[in-house]
Design a protein. Structure first.
Length: 245
């Protein structure tokens, strides 16, 4: 039996690997290179919450227009416009040049006013670029220190919200190390998506790098896109386990 303190993603094959789902009010980092499925994973988390678990959600994007997300969801039969009209989800598109010191407070107000239980931030990597413009960094001189200060402040603020948050992040090069390395230490969970393509064939894999207060499967799991979304495949015990390079 899944604890009532767990938020199911509804993504086929994932919750079984993650002790039944994310801990309620936890903050998770979803890292991957472009094309690995980060946006689709996040949309599935949002859509399934609204359709299967009657949980409202907010998708805040600094990278894609709202219409692009709606079109991307349609290929899996997810009608985000209908869910928007029913006030079950809200897609908020903010250009990075529109980010300012009050942006985080605005997101918090949206969550509190709507009663959203699921929150997506797309992406932390883009948001971090603007950190010097909306972080109170008096006395902090280096850009790296400002970014670290921002991430700690940002994640701490997210923890005060009565919702479960998924932060999207870019993966650095072809390794297992994300661009937002500070965030990996601060967040509760880290999930890595990877894509391998060669000679006309391709495959995608998922690994759970970190999960606080959670029993999780340490194997690297293949996954694929289906007409209904994402399906995480089970793997045998002999499969390679995740090890950071």
């Amino acid at each position: 039996m899944v604890s009532s303190n767990r938020i199911k993603t509804g993504i086929k094959g994932f919750d079984e690997l993650f002790d039944g789902g994310f801990l309620r009010e936890s903050v998770s980092l979803l890292s991957g290179a472009p094309g690995t499925g980060k946006t689709i994973f996040s949309l599935a988390f949002l859509h399934n919450g609204a359709k299967e678990f009657n949980q409202k959600g907010i998708y805040v994007t600094f990278e894609q227009p709202e219409k692009d997300l709606i079109e991307q969801a349609k290929q899996f039969g997810w009608d985000l416009q209908k869910l928007q009209k029913e006030n079950k989800i809200n897609i908020v598109s903010i250009p990075v040049q529109g980010v300012h010191k009050e942006t985080l407070d605005m997101i918090a107000e949206l969550v509190e006013e709507s009663g959203a239980q699921r929150l997506i931030i797309d992406s932390l990597s883009t948001l971090n670029i603007a950190a010097p413009y909306y972080t109170d960094h008096e006395g902090i001189t280096s850009n790296s220190a400002i970014e670290k200060y921002f991430i700690y402040t940002f994640v701490d603020k997210l923890r005060t919200l009565d919702c479960t948050t998924l932060l999207i992040s870019e993966l650095r090069h072809d390794g297992w190390l994300g661009k937002d390395t500070t965030a990996e230490f601060v967040v509760d969970n880290v999930i890595i998506l990877k894509y391998f393509g060669a000679k006309g064939s391709s495959s995608r894999t998922m690994a759970i790098k970190k999960a606080r207060k959670t029993k999780f499967d340490e194997n690297i799991h293949p996954f694929e896109f289906t007409d209904k979304g994402i399906e995480i495949k089970n793997t045998k015990k002999v499969a390679m386990k995740f090890k950071e390079s």
